[in-house]
Design a protein around this ligand. Structure first.
Ligand SMILES: Cc1cc2nc3c(=O)[nH]c(=O)nc-3n(C[C@H](O)[C@H](O)[C@H](O)COP(=O)(O)OP(=O)(O)OC[C@H]3O[C@@H](n4cnc5c(N)ncnc54)[C@H](O)[C@@H]3O)c2cc1C
Ligand code: SF4
Length: 452
């Protein structure tokens, strides 16, 4: 009997709450387990029979939920002073001083430049990055980069699910690594490190993007259909954030067609293809990374153009590295009031901190599995719950096959700007409710409540 494997299969993978992190695959003692691409992103596949997975595979699984309060205490030695931001050292805005890195980056190129710095100063032997285009143009994989060119080739955000932790068995003993990963993966990695997992402990620096929403891979084909491109015209190149910040999605196809869609226009795909992992995660600012970086959305920076990031350090060592980079003229930064920077992401912080909590509760009320992070947000006004019912209902309807078919029939030139206008109208309409009490948000720590 494979108790842990069967439990993961039943309670997480088949229940649709696997976040594609890859941790359980890395822990498979046979080394034969793998992540396999599905319509919902990569999913673990274990060899028939196989060996028993260790208890750690269950403990570290972010799909079933990781007790965040315990993890803050074990990793940082304290609970967050600000529940929206997590434990932090300092918050800045800024960008890479290297124009090429800045232009190639998703926002200000800060993650890419920091990785290059860590490599070139020999603080690590290699870095683990996610790169679009492997093994085929529309797919993406985690990969080991050992030089500047390889890190640069992996710059930009990938907005479809990519597993990262399944790469751990490939690390060379004795080497030191930096890694980029999403919030659920960072929490799983910290759990592995705290349990003494040897390869996980070779990751000396963890960097990660602020993470709002990702899309199921089928969003890409839906977009192309809305442009009149048939499924028989293969994609030859895809970039999610090409060109000037905030960038556009750029797709080339085998027949020579080239499509570009502004970031805010192709966001129309979100309600139709948003991943379950995006809906259930309560972590927006990647709270277990040493360095977390997001887009600096504000009229001031958007008017200035060029690519601006919000840069949050969470450890003294990473704070020292960012300072060294500033002194060496590699980063251009301004120290900011942490609370003020949160206003740039108010809607997404609320979507995660209160929205995900409500959505997970709704799943449980309907008898479905949902992760438990051991945190309950307060205040949680009734009006906020009602708004969430509306949003969740919308996602439910939009995620249905007929709705996806309908949206693929509408030209992107119509749906893109229309969606953008609706998004802005909704943001301003729901602002009073979504921001109500957000500034004073606290979390009640709940005991682990999951029994499977
Ligand atoms: C799925 C997703 C959703 C996001 N949502 C938001 C949001 O709502 N608001 C916001 O402000 N910012 C969001 N971001 C972050 C933003 O897009 C930038 O990644 C961030 O500002 C860092 O910019 P940069 O120029 O420093 O990164 P770059 O210098 O371009 O480096 C990005 C690094 O991240 C790695 N990477 C890219 N995609 C992934 C991935 N899927 N998994 C693991 N590693 C990856 C790349 O390999 C690269 O090393 C999101 C990012 C992702 C991947
Ligand atoms: S969330 Fe991660 S650990 Fe859990 S089942 Fe999915 S891949 Fe495995």
């Amino acid at each position: 009997m494979n108790v842990i494997r069967d439990r993961l299969m039943r309670a997480v993978i088949q229940s649709g709450i696997c976040t594609s992190c890859g941790a359980c695959v890395a822990l498979d003692p046979t080394g034969l387990a793998r992540m396999e691409d599905t319509l919902f992103g990569p999913r673990p596949v274990f060899p028939a029979g196989g060996a028993e997975l260790p208890q750690l595979a269950w403990d570290a699984c972010p799909g079933k939920g990781i007790h965040y309060a315990n993890l803050y205490l074990e990793h940082y030695g304290r609970l967050p002073e600000n529940w929206l931001l997590g434990c932090f050292n300092r918050v800045r805005t800024g960008y890479s001083a290297d124009p090429d890195i800045r232009r190639n980056g998703a926002s200000g190129g800060v993650i890419t430049h920091t990785l290059i710095y860590l490599l070139e100063r020999k603080l690590v032997d290699a870095v683990l990055v996610v790169r679009q285009g492997i093994p085929t143009p529309e797919k993406a994989r985690v990969t080991i980069a050992r030089n500047r060119a390889e890190v640069l080739a992996a710059a930009q955000s990938v907005y479809i699910p990519v597993s990262t932790l399944d790469i751990l068995p490939q690390l060379l003993p004795g080497e030191r690594y930096a890694m980029v990963c999403l919030p659920d993966q960072a929490a799983a990695l910290r759990t592995l490190q705290l349990a003494g997992h040897a390869a996980a402990r070779q990751i000396c620096f963890l960097l990660g993007p602020y993470t709002g929403t990702a899309l199921y891979p089928s969003a890409i084909r839906c977009y192309l259909r809305s442009k009149g491109v048939g499924d028989n015209d293969p994609i030859t190149a895809l970039k999610w954030r090409a060109g000037e910040w905030p960038g556009y999605m750029e797709i080339q196809t085998s027949s020579g067609k080239l499509f570009r869609s502004k970031k805010f226009y192709y966001n129309f795909l979100i309600p139709f293809f948003i991943t379950q992992a995006s809906l259930q995660s309560m972590d927006f600012t990647n709270e277990f990374c040493d360095l977390s970086v997001g887009d600096a959305w504000s009229p001031r920076f958007e008017a200035a153009g060029g690519g601006h990031s919000v840069i949050t350090t969470r450890t003294d060592e990473m704070e020292g590295i960012i300072r060294d980079m500033e002194h060496a003229g590699l980063l251009v930064t301004t120290v900011e009031d942490p609370v003020e920077t949160l206003a740039m992401h108010g809607h997404m912080l609320d979507f995660k901190k209160r929205g995900s909590y409500i959505r997970n509760r709704i799943r449980k009320i309907f008898g479905r599995r949902a992760p438990d992070y051991g945190l309950a947000p307060r205040p949680l006004p009734v009006s906020r719950v009602l708004v969430e019912l509306l949003i969740s209902g919308l996602f439910l309807v939009c995620g249905l096959r007929p709705s996806r078919w309908v949206v693929a029939q509408i030209p992107e030139s119509i749906i893109g700007p229309l969606f953008n206008r609706l998004r802005l109208a909704w943001k301003s309409m729901s602002k009073p409710t979504k921001r109500k009490g957000l500034g004073k948000l606290a979390m009640i720590v709940t005991p682990p409540a999951i029994k499977y």
